[in-house]
Design a protein around this ligand. Structure first.
Ligand SMILES: [Ca+2]
Ligand SMILES: [Ca+2]
Ligand SMILES: [Ca+2]
Ligand SMILES: [Ca+2]
Length: 372
């Protein structure tokens, strides 16, 4: 049965959105980091914010009702009305006077206080926010076809600024397992280890293994960093056609060990991209994974659509730290934000879903608008 579900994840996206490697935090509002309670100068902040200093407070435990009432007597109140609606996990959005926040910081119940960025919103990474909405519990449930509820079989139409569809977060780990061939130090080593793509047991020049070392610690972190084969152009850079992999980290230590397999990311999760063709008349064009996606010049310089797609369906369950709500679903990105006449109006975007909906007649659909 086909279902069309029109929904908005606006609140979820505002509260939960974040893809660390691709989208550094917005600089729209000041972000004051502190390493512990007491590093903030509340009195300086009071000069900026008056008696309404907006903060995110991480408590050592969920607040009881009586403690929440006690805090409000100190002149520290909950930004969104009460302690329930102002909470994500053990983080609370609050506002208060410098004096009230100072007392709060010294009460021994607070792990951390930061100034809100932007005001009234909590920014948490997906490893915190996705469990908070119980998505990880839903993954363990079965649908009527005995499939785990991970988005499998679902096509998400997302009206946004586009997607960096080549990013390995947006590929299925369905390309089979491969051995890695170590150079003798029992560690992943850029440029000297190999991925045995032809299962010959021998390393050849088109099987050289690399990993992206985001934190420059010369250690490959299986949950946050990416490994790939420099198989097409041997230049130590990932090129079109060079496969990325996730690790079957069987001893669950976050590292690639001898005997552990690599799983190839083989199929893009992005099934369709719909955008205007860049001419003033803005003719609609469709990039189809089964036809012409790899030849598209589509990109997402804005970044918002890619971030939203990460929340919707990014990552691979069991292999990555940051996983979206429905990571086994497929994506139709409809570009309604952008320049150079590549955008559709929202009305055009919603309209063009329909013929595709009829084509994918046995699909369940979800439509996401996250545009405010
Ligand atoms: Ca090695
Ligand atoms: Ca590293
Ligand atoms: Ca290369
Ligand atoms: Ca391991």
């Amino acid at each position: 049965m086909r279902k069309v579900i029109l929904g908005t994840l606006l609140l979820v996206i505002l509260i939960l959105g974040f893809i660390p490697p691709m989208h550094p935090q917005s600089a729209e509002a000041p972000m004051i980091e502190n390493d512990g309670v007491g590093d903030l100068d509340f009195w300086s902040l009071e000069e900026t914010f008056g008696n309404e200093i907006p903060v995110v407070v991480r408590f050592s435990d969920i607040l009881t009702n009586s403690l929440a009432e006690e805090l409000e007597l100190l002149g520290v109140r909950f930004s969104l009305g009460n302690s329930v609606s102002s909470r994500v996990g053990d983080h609370y959005v609050m506002r208060g006077t410098a004096e009230g926040l100072s007392i709060l910081a010294d009460m021994g119940i607070v792990e951390d206080i930061d100034v809100q960025t932007p005001r009234d919103h909590i920014q948490l990474t997906r490893d915190v926010s996705i469990p908070e909405i119980n998505a990880d519990d839903a993954w363990n449930l079965l649908d009527s076809l005995d499939r785990n509820i991970t988005g499998e079989g679902l096509l998400i139409a997302d009206l946004d600024s586009g997607i960096d569809w080549k990013h390995p977060d947006f590929w299925f780990a369905n390309g089979g397992e491969y051995d890695w061939l170590d150079d003798g130090d029992s560690l992943p080593t850029n440029g000297t280890d190999a991925i045995d793509l032809d299962d010959s047991g021998l390393a050849t020049s088109d099987e050289v293994m690399y990993y992206l070392d985001y934190d420059n610690d010369v250690i490959f972190d299986t949950a946050n960093e990416w490994i790939w084969a420099d198989s097409v152009i041997q230049n130590a850079e990932p090129d079109i056609g060079e496969p990325f992999f996730v690790v079957n980290d069987t001893n669950d230590n976050g590292q690639l060990d001898i005997g552990e397999k690599l799983i190839m990311l083989s199929t893009p999760k992005t099934k369709y991209i719909v955008e205007a063709d860049g001419t003033p008349s803005r003719n609609i064009q469709v990039w189809d994974r089964s036809a012409n996606l790899t030849t598209s010049g589509h990109d997402d310089p804005n970044g918002h659509g890619t971030a939203v797609a990460g929340i919707l369906l990014g990552g691979q369950i069991g292999h990555r730290k940051f996983v979206g709500v429905a990571p086994n679903s497929e994506l139709m990105m409809i570009k309604v934000i952008g320049g150079s006449n590549e955008w559709l109006t929202i009305e055009e975007g919603l309209t063009c879903i329909q013929p595709w909906c009829r084509r994918d007649i046995n699909r369940d659909w979800f439509v996401d608008l996250s545009l405010s």
